[in-house]
Design a protein. Sequence first.
Length: 321
Amino acid sequence: MNAKKILSYAAKLTVTILVFWWIDISIGFSNITDTLKKANFLWFAAAIFVHVISIFIGAWQWGIILKNRGACLSRFEILKIYYTGMFFNNFILGTIAGDSFKIAILHKKNRAKPAFAATFLDRFAGFALLSVFAIVGSIIINAINFGSNKDLRITILLLIFFSFILAIIFILIFSKSAQNAFSKTLLKFPNTNVAERIKNIVSSVYIDRKNKLDAKMLPQIFSLSLLIQGLRISTHIFCAVAVGIFTFNTIHYYFVIIPITAILMMVPLPFGVIPTIAGAIFFAAGFSVGDATIMEFLASVAGIIGSLAGAVFLFIDRKAK
């Protein structure tokens, strides 16, 4: 292991230690222990279960896109690669690590272009549906609190932000003229290799609604993404039920806050950072900071446990080599 990697791991370990130190000061590990003793772990098991189901459906969706883009793999191989990617997502370095793994594996099988298309379309579809959830949640929050003394500027900004993300995704996926304009802009980029890669990624995710195969795939992606993201939000809700803080009149906050954490997962942050940030956001929305942080850590652990089969697949593959 070179010095750069050692420094990187040391920095991440330091950040994780600081996160737990902050949790101890602000919440107290004794309070965390008391909350966990009272928690209903049947609901935590339900959170793990729905996360596992979301992975299976996610693999199904990824396989549909791969087939549409000309890469035919067995169902088991698709599940194995996707599951291992989810393990990287949940346990190591966020969504970038998992996506990179899936692309790298298919690159070895001479299916690099379909891998890019399927992985980025899968990611864009997820963000699109999460943006829809966030937009709906923001509208509900604003409607409920309209005319009250509460400051709605943040939720209005979130509404604008997720509407912008949704619009960008739709433009990049469905507009060929927008893609051509984007490609021309990239030609001015000083690093031509990076520009060419970005151009290839953007062009690979284009969906031609006049094409029969693309037209058939589109409603499938939309329906499956709706189900996948709904299940992943449910993972957090079930963890909230487990620690006793969930009420139906606050469900719209999960629709807004979980998409924010999904965006944060694109950044390779050390373990503990995202649950702590999510807990702070829930606290700003009126939740108990201690209970909300515990809920988010439980959701992270549910994700790790639910994707452990990916680690098993990875271990078996390496043993076979």
